[in-house]
Design a protein around this ligand. Structure first.
Ligand code: PLP
Length: 446
């Protein structure tokens, strides 16, 4: 195959990885893709359809990553592809307002109680903007986050930031100044006493508490009964904002995101929300949203600056609109059913192979943790204490049998509405091999 540079492109996963490593740091454009915690060579995908991915060597896999969440309807859903084609035909980017950006904002606001939505390109930008807004609105500096929650890679939010960082075994990140780190207080998740203590000591300085609506980046960790309600209450009591990160759970955990399972039944709303993944349907789009008086502090109306050359890009808006517009009650029912079926198959295989484990579930999202049946996983310390060494062999056995899982135990498993009986049968056939591999795994010496 001859590329535009005149060089011959490798056609194997190993060859592509080797070539990528000569021009891309670590050969990947996002660290978890490097297979750092599971070992082996990253797989380069070239095609996707429904629940399947195909790699550069022509091998097909059932996809249980779904691009880390966005592919709610499955890959290349006809309505989404048609909408994107139409948008591409009309022009890739105008750098102006376009009709679809207000349509997508309106669709989001019809599902969750927000007045204003500002489109950005990544979840990282969304949480960064939300915290700038919270600081601008309150005139305070401190932000409270929870260990194991990931909110993107902006400075100050990388302390104890879950999956990617945990996978790389880094304590946080070099390049984040002490001053920035000092303005982020990191508390154990699900720990109301730690929050009471911080607010008692420094409540007048806290601009915001940021939380994943249900953490999915230390594996899935369900919020303890009443924990999110407590966050709403204590932030309100101290004049701080509650920033509710639904980049991953938004319009996936339910039709109204995790809020539909937490805030709505309990009758409360956060101050600021962040969305990503599903609202872009596989194109780079995310959003920060909230009530008018906070959101209108954003430029051009207010003093909090935020901008983006490709924000509200017309192709991305068309993709997001078609994805969210087709995310019907049936879609959510299918995803719920398939994720529970998958959990059942997983539990059966692990139990048969005698592998101690717990299933961590929040709405339609779940993950597995090894050696944790006695207590489950309730915070980052629990997640890190598990028998993570069992996941590499488990992952590779699944890969060998045609199932693509997240290459880290600290990630959720994702299904789509396109996961049908045939795809589930392939997963069911692969799982016993993987469970036996997990059972045979031993910790690395030393
Ligand atoms: N917030 C959460 C909860 C996430 O899971 C992620 C990414 O996985 C982000 C923010 C960052 O989003 P992005 O990767 O689009 O910057």
């Amino acid at each position: 195959m001859t590329g535009t540079t005149g060089t011959t492109a490798p056609t194997t996963n190993a060859g592509l990885y080797e070539a990528a490593r000569t021009v891309i740091p670590g050969g990947v454009n996002s660290p978890v893709r490097a297979f750092g915690s599971v070992g082996g060579t990253p797989v380069a995908m070239v095609r996707a359809a429904g629940p399947y991915l195909t790699d550069v060597e022509g091998r097909e896999y059932v996809d249980l990553v779904c691009s880390w969440g966005p592919m709610l309807l499955g890959h290349n859903h006809p309505a989404v592809v048609e909408a994107v084609h139409r948008a591409v035909d009309a022009g890739l980017s105008f750098g102006t307002s376009t009709p679809d950006e207000a349509r997508l904002a309106t669709l989001i606001a019809s599902r969750v109680p927000v007045d204003r939505v500002r489109m950005v390109s990544t979840g990282t930008e969304a949480t960064m903007t939300a915290l700038r807004l919270a600081r601008g609105a309150t005139g305070r500096n401190l932000v409270v986050k929870f260990a194991g929650c990931y909110h993107g890679h902006s400075d100050g939010l990388l302390a104890a930031a879950g999956s990617g960082v945990a996978t790389q075994s880094l304590p946080g990140s070099a390049g984040v100044t002490e001053a920035q780190a000092a303005e982020t207080l990191v508390l154990p998740y699900n720990d109301t006493a730690a929050l009471e203590e911080v607010f008692a000591a420094r409540g007048a300085d806290v601009a915001a508490v940021i939380t994943e609506a249900a953490p999915c980046n230390m594996g899935v960790v369900a919020p303890a009964e009443g924990f999110n309600r407590f966050l709403r209450e204590i932030t309100g009591r101290h004049g701080a904002l509650l920033v509710w990160d639904e980049v991953l759970t938004g319009f996936r955990a339910s039709d109204t995101g995790y809020w539909g399972l937490s805030g709505r039944p309990e009758g409360w709303t956060p101050d600021l929300w962040t969305f990503g993944k599903v609202i872009g349907g596989g194109m780079p789009t995310a959003a920060v949203a909230g009530r008018t008086e906070v959101m209108d502090l954003l430029a051009p109306l207010g003093p909090v600056y935020q901008a983006g050359t490709l924000s509200g890009n017309p192709v991305a808006m068309a993709c997001g609109l078609a994805t969210l517009g087709n995310a019907t009650a049936d879609v959510y029912a299918t995803i719920d059913r398939r994720s529970r079926q998958l959990e059942g198959l997983l539990v059966e295989a692990l139990t048969t192979a005698g592998v101690d484990h717990s299933i961590q579930r929040a709405g339609t999202l779940f993950s597995v943790a090894f050696g944790t049946s006695a207590r489950g996983v309730h915070d980052y310390a629990d997640a890190q204490a598990q028998e993570a060494f069992r996941y590499g062999p488990f992952f590779h056995a699944m890969l060998e049998h045609g199932v693509y899982l997240p290459p880290s135990v600290f990630e959720a498993w994702f299904v789509s509405a396109a996961h049908d009986d045939a795809a589930m049968e392939r997963v069911a056939a692969a799982l016993p091999h993987a469970a036996r591999a997990a059972a045979a795994a031993r910790p690395a010496a030393g």
